[in-house]
Design a protein. Structure first.
Length: 437
């Protein structure tokens, strides 16, 4: 170990032990307006930002402009499909109103009109090694697309703050329109023969995405409509949404803000979790030697996973205290279209088995499945076994919510985000002052 690394390890180990002792004794002590545990704990539960497009409730799950996922499935236009159109959800998040079928169709056509991706974006993606992770390709592709930013060009020329929202709206609309084209190009280059499939102007946004990836099964297109709708937003505190807001608050344009958000989404504690779930399931069925394990076999494997100090991927959520409604929506979809699929059946047995086991541990606040617990099984059923691409699908969907919220941030003139940070030394001084007082 080199001398600098050795010295850093020594100092970090000492401070880490000191912080653990500090949290154990003073975690609930309020310093200024937060507890010591909140200051050290990733700002968990601190209400410090406004996010107009959605709200996450611990008991009810996500609500988009006040509507639950089942209500959206009932009220949003479906076009030619059987699941809600993401176009309708974007309209709702931007306006607070459920669109008519005609309004959703207008947005479909508008995104089709705007989905022109410059050749240099494809050239940039193609210049990367083929084994580059799909999310790395995605963020680089978005950054390459930033050359088209209307906000950036107008800001360089000089335009008033009162028009910031207008340029942000145009960038957001153009970016959402182009994302499926960019993502599909990555999928075709990395996993298929590299040939691109042209957009089909007769299809809606999500169905066209499926088509450009090479999937023309009608049920898969319905899955993409549902997938793009339920993954679109999850209030502003999650890592990708908050990153969009933070970077956007510097007046970075929608392309730069969203590219930063996708780097956050690529983390294993965020969007990358969806590929971890299906990987864990396939490791389990391989070790058990069957795609039709019993509940007892699954229970034993879950206990083994926990005994090894690992988590069961897809279970637990920072906020939710009930099964994720997005999991439930996918389960209902599976019941309609692929209930006899072996891996889908495994997901359902895991759902029956894991929560009771986690509840016996006594330390798990939420033993229920989140959105990632089901999505991989559905994608595998339709032939998409390239797990490394799953987070890109998540990212295309998440654009709808975070970019709609970005438009609102510009329209409302929200300021540069600049929280105050502390040192451990200052925290100790504040605790001492509190004790004296």
């Amino acid at each position: 170990m080199d001398p600098l690394k050795a010295k850093f390890k020594e100092k970090a180990s000492a401070l880490s032990a000191e912080i653990k002792a500090l949290l154990k004794e003073h975690g609930n002590t309020v310093i200024d307006s937060v507890t010591v545990s909140q200051a050290y704990g990733g700002m968990r539960d601190i209400k410090s930002m406004i996010w107009e497009t959605s709200l996450l409730d611990a008991q009810e799950g996500i609500r988009f402009r006040g509507f639950s996922i089942p209500e959206l499935q009932e009220k949003l236009p479906t076009g030619r499909g059987k699941e809600p159109l993401p176009e309708g959800l974007f309209w709702l998040m931007l306006t607070g109103e459920i669109p008519t079928e005609e309004e959703a169709l207008w947005l479909t056509n508008e995104w089709e009109r705007r989905c022109k991706v410059p050749q240099h974006v494809f050239d940039t993606i193609n210049a990367l090694p083929k084994d580059t992770h799909a999310m790395t390709m995605f963020t680089i592709g978005i950054n390459a697309l930033q050359t088209e930013s209307i906000f950036a060009h107008r800001y360089e020329e000089g335009f008033p703050k009162s028009e910031y929202w207008d340029a942000t709206y145009e960038d957001s609309m153009n970016l959402i329109a182009c994302l499926p084209v960019v993502a599909a190009a990555i999928y075709r280059r990395k996993y298929k023969d590299g040939s691109l499939i042209a957009p089909n102007t007769r299809l809606d946004w999500a169905a066209n995405f499926a088509h450009m990836m090479g999937y023309d099964d009608a049920d898969f297109k319905n899955l993409m409509r549902l997938y793009m709708t339920i993954h679109a937003d999850h209030e502003g505190g999650n890592a990708s949404a908050h990153t969009t807001h933070l970077v956007g608050s510097t007046l970075s344009d929608s392309y730069l803000s969203f590219a930063a958000a996708m780097n956050a989404l690529a983390g294993p504690l965020h969007g990358l979790a969806n590929q971890e779930v299906i990987k864990w399931i396939f490791e389990m069925v391989e070790e058990l030697g069957t795609t039709k394990p019993t509940s007892e076999q699954i229970g034993d494997y879950v206990r083994k996973t926990l005994a090894e100090g690992r988590v069961v991927p897809g279970y637990g959520h920072a906020v939710l205290r009930k099964p994720d409604p997005r999991f439930t929506a996918q389960k209902v979809f599976a019941e309609k279209y692929c209930s006899n699929d072996d891996i889908v059946q495994v997901v359902w047995k895991v759902f029956e088995t894991v929560p009771p086991i986690l509840q016996t541990l006594g330390k798990i606040k939420n033993p229920w499945p989140n959105v990632d617990a089901h999505s991989g099984a559905l994608l595998v059923h339709y032939g998409m076994t390239e797990y490394g691409f799953y987070t890109v699908l998540f990212g295309v969907s998440r654009a709808l919510g975070v970019l709609a919220a970005g438009c609102w941030s510009r329209a409302l003139g929200f300021p540069l985000e600049r929280p105050k940070s502390l040192t451990t030394e200052l925290v100790k001084e504040m605790i001492a002052e509190k004790a004296t007082a």
